[in-house]
Design a protein around this ligand. Structure first.
Ligand code: SF4
Ligand code: SF4
Length: 395
């Protein structure tokens, strides 16, 4: 296993981190503990959970009790995440609960869980709020490092990075979603640790790849292809993986010693060529580069996100993934942004901003037709007559 310096935290983290989110609910506790123990045996030294992950902290705490009999505490790095709140007492209560459930004297890395922009957490970012409390815990040695995890739009995430209050970021960035590239580059400039959330599952359900994707990535497994794509970037430090049992660990760690050079790099470059060729060939002139320049949309449509899922589906038949994500759009969940493509009013604001000159409203409507699993009504704008809704409104 290779280890990377996690930005200015100076922690040397294994380039794969065990995400403990799935060790919750009714899955057998013994299985969770054995999986955590096995990952540590294989050299994984960063274990990640959250207050909000059901009984995940409890199970990690139990596993740590066993592991720490054999492994020195300073050889392991534990991250937990707590949602920032305008109510400091609530945050403190959650923090105390996390520490007692994990049964730890100190936490290596505490993340604010899930902020998408600065404004929504402004009350927490003051000396009298959660931030001041975290600083106090850091001064007392109870918290060693402080970061945040996010599912937000690039501009909101960039604002959070630019506060320079956080030592690390935990974010969605994959071969199949490169929209946060500039955020990753900025984080590197600020010497922040960069931790990639769920590159297998959220990166395209790559643990169960489609036939066409497997063919394009061959001889690499699609998830290994994605891992190597990420590990080629020195500004990326560690990738989470979430095996359901000890047997699933090995496949997740194929790239554990990959450093972007040697024979591995030659194989990767060839696979990348194949994937890019298939991707571009199936999308033709309608290729969205996920540059985000079309945002913001007044209707709060996550244009690049939706078009990206359309592309994955069209190019590699990643229907289960794309429809699964699309289904959640507009459901009010904090992790899936915006509203569905049929909410486009064809106002035209985004069109001059698209360097690829894409017909965004038409593509959003195709996306909706291809990915919506419920009943479909017509678009909110007059498709046939090509009239802008705002013109109709002014009649
Ligand atoms: S045309 Fe549609 S997608 Fe573009 S900005 Fe207007 S509402 Fe949003
Ligand atoms: S500006 Fe165009 S290419 Fe860029 S993300 Fe938006 S739709 Fe895609």
């Amino acid at each position: 296993m290779k280890y990377r310096r996690f930005g200015r935290t100076e922690m040397m983290l294994s380039q794969f981190s065990l995400g403990c989110m799935q060790f919750t609910g009714k899955s057998p506790e013994r299985n969770a503990i054995e999986t955590i123990e096995h990952a540590v045996k294989l050299g994984v030294n960063h274990l990640e959970t959250a207050r909000g992950y059901g009984n995940s902290e409890e199970r990690l705490g139990k596993a740590l009790k066993k592991i720490l009999k054999k492994v020195p505490r300073e050889d392991l790095y534990i991250t937990t995440k707590i949602g920032p709140s305008s109510d400091l007492d609530e945050f403190k209560k959650n923090f105390d609960l996390s520490m007692s459930t994990l049964d730890l004297d100190y936490i290596d890395n505490l993340d604010f869980h899930g902020p998408g922009n600065y404004n929504t957490i402004a009350p927490a970012m003051s000396e009298r709020g959660c931030l001041g409390f975290v600083r106090k815990m850091m001064a007392e040695g109870v918290v060693h490092h402080f970061g945040f995890s996010t599912h937000g739009y690039p501009t909101g995430v960039m604002d959070l990075v630019n506060t320079n209050e956080f030592e690390s970021i935990n974010l969605h960035y994959y071969y199949f979603y490169q929209g946060l590239r500039k955020v990753v580059e900025r984080a590197a400039e600020l010497d922040m640790g960069v931790f990639i959330i769920s590159p297998n599952n959220q990166g395209g359900k790559l643990q169960n790849p489609t036939e066409s994707l497997s063919k394009a990535c061959a001889p690499l497994l699609p998830m290994t292809f994605n891992h190597m794509w990420l590990l080629n970037q020195p500004q990326v430090h560690t990738l989470s993986f979430g095996p359901a049992n000890p047997e699933q660990i090995e496949n997740n760690l194929i790239a554990q010693n990959y450093d972007g050079t040697g024979e591995g790099r030659v194989v990767f470059d060839k696979a990348l060529e194949q994937v890019e060729e298939s991707y571009r060939a199936s999308l033709g002139a309608d290729f969205c580069t996920v540059c985000n320049k079309c945002l913001p949309c007044p209707e709060n449509i996550n244009i690049p996100g939706l078009l990206n899922w359309r592309q994955m589906n069209k190019a590699f038949s990643m229907t289960e993934y794309a429809q699964g994500r699309y289904e959640k759009v507009g459901s009010g969940g904090a992790w899936i942004l915006g509203v569905k493509g049929d909410q486009c009013t064809k106002c035209g604001d985004c069109l001059p901003r698209c360097p690829e000159q894409l017909n965004i409203p038409d593509l959003l409507w195709s996306t909706h037709k291809e990915l919506e699993t419920g009943a479909i009504s017509g678009p909110t704008w007059d498709h046939e007559g090509d009239l802008l809704k705002k013109d109709l409104r002014s009649d």
